[in-house]
Each structure stands twice: as structure tokens, then as C-alpha cells.
Design a binder for this molecule. Structure first.
Ligand code: HEM
Length: 545
């Protein structure tokens, strides 16, 4: 074994080609024997390099042995590596189980077809990956390229264009000042949602929460980005188009597309028709976003309710000049990404919180009591962002939900190494390797958290854990230079919604459709079966926005 370790695995490749040069009966170059020998040679070579590469086919030629300590990992199958295992089911759970069974929690190498990946399931390696400037790019899938996302913040390569976008978004969309300037809009969306829930409960005797959360999330982000809010009746057509486009985009970005990892498959096997569907979606996206921009430019201020005293993000992007001036397609891509990211994460995180509150009536009661006291103390009928930021139990409930159900369990948007990266444990991750952090695994690791499978918000009352990227035991927004720029907005909105929903209603199981915490992993990890619950209005609650 040592011998093989020292000698490059491909050193003997020429032995297998010898039959080709042997004389054959009729010296015909297309002799059947020759063809057979060649095929057998390549097959043997392939099998040999696969058999000798821990981590699988993409780690051949000793790629995982560049450092003092080699990166261990499963071989998977020849050619496809671990594709079969990870294409089905819940990749975060499968990878967690594999890493723990093999003792590869620090770092595990695996192959997705010809693409090498590593996954860290331990806080200190996670920190090194997320905070290293050498992991500031992201691997790209076909759908990301086709849907223009390489021109938006999330997938733009690390460089001056990406830095400009981050700077713009940080100061004009996600800053504290900006979040507060849109507060009136956030509270309005929340009050409308509470009313719609009340109506649905009255009509049906139960509520399916997801639709309401997604609509409020859409209006929140449309308000901050475009200064435009939708009305379900007045804007029925626009809304239908927008929600269809967003849903199709999610489906395409979240789809497991085999040809992303085996490029030669793209013309042979595309069961989801990713390429064709992306090509059809892009003109619709452009038409829709361009329409809103045009409306914006004509009117100065678009229709719908505007947030007072704030420039929206479109104004800012359109005002860039000189070297910073953006092409129209760039502006469309950036705005499209914001709609996309803003509608997904906040809604699905709130749905997880509410599911846990239904399943844990004691936690719900304790939260309601904190909310009632705060409301009485402030003499308010609805909460502000500042109110909810100071409610420790509410914050603990949101953090515990982020721990048990991180929306991006594998920090869905992986990183890519731009050069060989030397880790402090002696391993070297070669350039062009995809790197994931299994946040789900860290957040469910009994060595990191006591009783990790129980929903216990109290754990965050005794210890202040920074969930915004400062503590790798729980970093659901990632960390380092590509940390989620929307984290403050996301947390502020979710806390406000949970506060109003928990103070407004008593939530309980609907006997015909009990709460099911099964997950489905798309672009984010969401409830497989949308939460359906009985929401009885609490007498203490009056809405007055
Ligand atoms: C609960 C809410 C949210 C969660 C859990 C979440 C999670 C994440 C995660 C895990 C990443 C990858 C970070 C990394 O690679 O280190 C990310 C990136 C990103 N998120 Fe969020 N996010 C949330 C809300 C939002 C919102 C509301 C927006 C915008 C409206 C947003 C916009 C983005 C963008 C643009 C990136 C890419 C950053 C870059 O590559 O430079 N997120 N988010």
C-alpha cells in the first residue's frame, strides 16, 4: 500500500497500451483485437485510478494528498462518484451520516461526476473555509449561468464587479438605516397577513400559512427594492406572472441536474429539460423586471404604497455612472436575484418557527406571555423592529429554529477554491474544488449541542450565540466575505412576523392534517408538507395599522 502511495497511480499506464503495438495477423490498424485492447486498457485505467482514489474519480492523481494529511472520503462509483447517493433525498443528512460513519467530520472529499468537492462538518474547518479569501468564488451550475445569476451578487465571481454590488446593497438595501426606513411597509404587510389569516380561519376553520407568508415576503422585498407593493385583487395578473416566474426559477435552480456534473450527458439525458426551460424563462423575467423599471422611471414613484423617506434600490442602481454604470441586463439580474432570495428564505423560516410553536405549546405560551408584557409595557397594538429586537425569548425561539431547521443546511450556495488552500490541520484543498459546510450536521452534533434533536429555545437564554457569522456552531447565514448580506433584514422581518402571529392567535394542530416536520431540500430546505394549523384569534390582540 505504501508503495502505491509513493508512486503516482498513473505511472504504469503505458503497460496497458502495449497490446496496441504488438504485431497483429494482418497489421490492420482497425483489427478487432486492437480495438478491444484499447477499450480494455482505458477501462482498466479508469478502474485503477478510481480504485486508488479515496474521494472518488474526481480526486485521482493524488489530488487529495497534497498536504501533510490527506483528505479522506468515499470512492463512490466509477465515473459518477457519489452522484447516485446525493441526487436523491436529503443531501445534508446523507453527507452528515457518511462523514460521521467514516470519522471524516473535519473534512471529507467526494466526487460529483468529474467535479471534486469537500464538505466540512465541524466548526473549526467550517470557519477556515468560509472566512478564507481563497474560497470566495462559487461553483456554477448550468441553470445559474442560463438564468443570468452570474451577473448578480450571489454568483458573480469575486472581483471588482461583485465588490461594487455588495457595497451598493450593503449601504442602500440592507443597512440598519434602510431597514428602519422601510419599517412602515413591513408592518403594513404583516398587518395585512394577520387579517388574511383571520379571514381564512373564519372561512375554513384552519389556515395554510405558506401562501400568506410568501405573499407578505414578496411585498416586503418588492417594497424595499422597487418601492412597489401588490394588492391581491388589484394586481391579480401581475402577481400571477411574478409568482409563476419565481416558482419556476426556484425549481430550475434547485433541480439536481446530472449534466452539471457529467457535462457529456447534456445532449443525452435531460429529464427536467433544464436548458429549454431556462431559455423560456429568461425573456419572461426580463419583460417583467424591465416593465417594473420602466414604470419606475416614468412615474418617478411607482404605483402602490411607497415607504416614506427612502430611495429604493432601483433608484440607486440606475443612478450609477461612469465606470460603475451598469448594463440593463446587469440591473435586471441583480433585481431578479433580490426578488428571488427575499421571497424564499424569510417565508420558509417563519413557517418552521410556527410549526415548532404548534408542536411545543409550552414554548408558545411562554412566548405569548413575553409578547403580551412587552405590548402592555409599550402601550402598543403592534410591534416595531426595535421592540422585537429586545425580546430575548422571541430571539431565542428564532435562533433555535435556525439551529434545528437551517434554511440552507449545506449553505446551499457552495464555495469554490481559487488556489490550493492549506488548512491548519495539514490538509490541502486543491484549486477548483467545490467546498460545502454542512451547517445542519454541525447544528445537530451532540459534541457541539446538548440534546441537539430537541427544540429548546432556553439554550440561547443562558448563552449569547452570534448567528450572523461570528460563531461557527451556528452560522445559518454563512460567514466571511460572502456571508448573507440580507441577514439583518431576514432576521428583523421573521422576528416581527413571529411576534405578531404568536400574539395574534393561539396556534394548534388541525386534527385532519397534523404537523409533519419532514423536509424537502430544493434551493433551501423547506417543510415538505405545508403547515396547516388552527389559528384562534386571541382576545388581547387588536390590529390597528
Ligand atoms: C432567513 C433568512 C436567510 C437565510 C437563512 C439566508 C442564508 C444565506 C446563506 C447560507 C448564504 C450563503 C452564505 C455564504 O456563502 O457564506 C446566503 C447568501 C446570500 N443571501 Fe441570504 N439568507 C436569508 C435571507 C436573505 C434575504 C432576505 C436576502 C435578500 C433579499 C438574501 C440575499 C442573499 C444574497 C444576495 C446572497 C449571496 C451573497 C454573496 O455571494 O456575496 N438573503 N444567504
Amino acid at each position: 500500500m505504501e508503495y502505491f502511495d509513493l508512486v503516482s497511480k498513473d505511472a504504469f499506464w503505458w503497460l496497458f497500451t502495449l497490446p496496441v503495438f504488438m504485431p497483429s495477423k494482418n497489421n490492420n490498424i482497425l483489427d478487432g483485437h486492437i480495438i478491444f485492447s484499447l477499450a480494455a486498457t482505458f477501462l482498466l485505467l479508469g478502474l485503477l485510478s478510481w480504485a486508488l482514489s479515496s474521494g472518488g474519480v474526481a480526486w485521482k492523481n493524488g489530488r487529495n494528498r497534497l498536504g501533510r494529511v490527506h483528505i479522506p472520503g468515499p470512492r463512490g462509483f466509477p465515473v459518477v462518484g457519489s452522484l447516485f447517493v446525493l441526487s436523491r433525498g436529503l443531501a445534508h443528512r446523507t453527507l452528515a451520516e457518511m462523514a460521521s460513519r467514516r470519522g471524516n467530520s473535519q473534512l471529507m472529499a467526494f466526487s460529483l461526476g468529474s467535479h471534486p468537492f469537500v464538505v466540512a462538518s465541524d466548526p473549526s474547518t467550517a470557519r477556515e473555509i468560509l472566512t478564507s479569501p481563497c474560497f470566495a468564488d462559487r461553483p456554477l451550475k448550468q441553470s445559474i449561468r442560463s438564468l443570468m445569476f452570474t451577473r448578480a451578487i450571489g454568483f458573480a465571481p469575486n472581483g471588482s464587479y461583485w465588490r461594487l454590488l455588495r457595497r451598493m446593497a450593503a449601504s442602500h438595501l440592507f443597512s440598519r438605516r434602510n431597514i428602519l426606513s422601510h419599517e412602515a411597509g413591513h408592518r403594513l404587510d404583516c398587518a395585512n397577513m394577520v387579517r388574511a389569516i383571520e379571514n381564512e380561519q373564519r372561512a375554513l376553520g384552519f389556515v395554510t400559512l405558506r401562501r400568506h407568508l410568501q405573499f407578505a415576503a414578496l411585498n416586503n422585498i418588492m417594497g424595499s427594492v422597487f418601492g412597489r407593493r401588490y394588492d391581491e385583487l388589484r394586481d391579480r395578473e401581475d402577481l400571477r406572472e411574478l409568482t409563476e416566474i419565481v416558482a419556476e426559477g426556484f425549481e430550475l435552480l434547485g433541480a439536481f441536474n446530472w449534466s452539471d456534473y457529467l457535462p457529456w450527458l447534456c445532449h443525452l439525458y435531460d429529464p427536467l429539460r433544464v436548458e429549454e426551460r431556462c431559455a423560456r424563462l429568461v425573456p419572461r423575467v426580463k419583460r417583467l423586471v424591465k416593465g417594473i423599471i420602466d414604470e419606475h422611471q416614468i412615474d418617478g414613484r411607482p404605483v402602490g404604497v411607497c415607504d416614506v423617506g427612502s430611495d429604493d434600490f432601483v433608484d440607486v442602481l440606475l443612478s450609477l455612472d461612469g465606470e460603475e454604470k451598469l448594463q440593463e441586463d446587469d440591473v435586471i439580474a441583480i433585481l431578479w436575484e433580490m426578488i428571488f432570495r427575499g421571497t424564499d428564505t424569510t417565508a420558509l423560516l417563519t413557517e418552521w418557527v410556527m410549526a415548532e410553536l404548534v408542536l411545543n405549546p409550552d414554548v408558545q405560551k411562554r412566548l405569548q406571555s413575553e409578547l403580551d408584557q412587552a405590548a402592555a409595557g409599550e402601550g402598543r397594538t403592534t410591534f416595531t423592529h426595535a421592540d422585537v429586537a429586545n425580546l430575548p425569548y422571541l430571539q431565542a425561539v428564532v435562533k433555535e429554529t435556525l439551529r434545528v431547521h437551517p434554511p440552507g443546511p449545506l449553505l446551499s450556495w457552495a464555495r469554490l477554491s481559487t488556489e490550493d488552500v492549506h488548512l491548519s490541520n495539514g490538509m490541502v484543498v486543491p484549486a477548483n474544488t467545490g467546498a460545502m459546510v454542512n451547517m445542519w450536521s454541525i447544528a445537530h452534533d451532540p459534541k457541539v449541542w446538548d440534546e441537539p434533536d430537541r427544540f429548546l429555545p432556553d439554550r440561547f437564554l443562558t448563552e449569547d450565540v452570534d448567528v450572523r457569522g461570528g460563531d461557527m456552531r451556528l452560522a445559518p447565514f454563512g460567514a466571511g466575505r460572502r456571508v448573507c448580506p440580507g441577514k439583518n433584514l431576514g432576521l428583523a422581518v421573521v422576528a416581527l412576523w413571529v411576534a405578531e402571529l404568536a400574539r395574534g392567535f393561539d396556534w394548534s394542530q388541525q386534527p385532519a392534517r397534523p404537523v409533519d416536520l419532514a423536509e424537502v431540500l430544493k434551493l433551501s430546505c423547506e417543510m415538505k408538507h405545508p403547515l396547516c394549523a388552527v389559528a384562534v384569534k386571541r382576545s388581547s390582540h387588536i390590529i390597528s395599522v
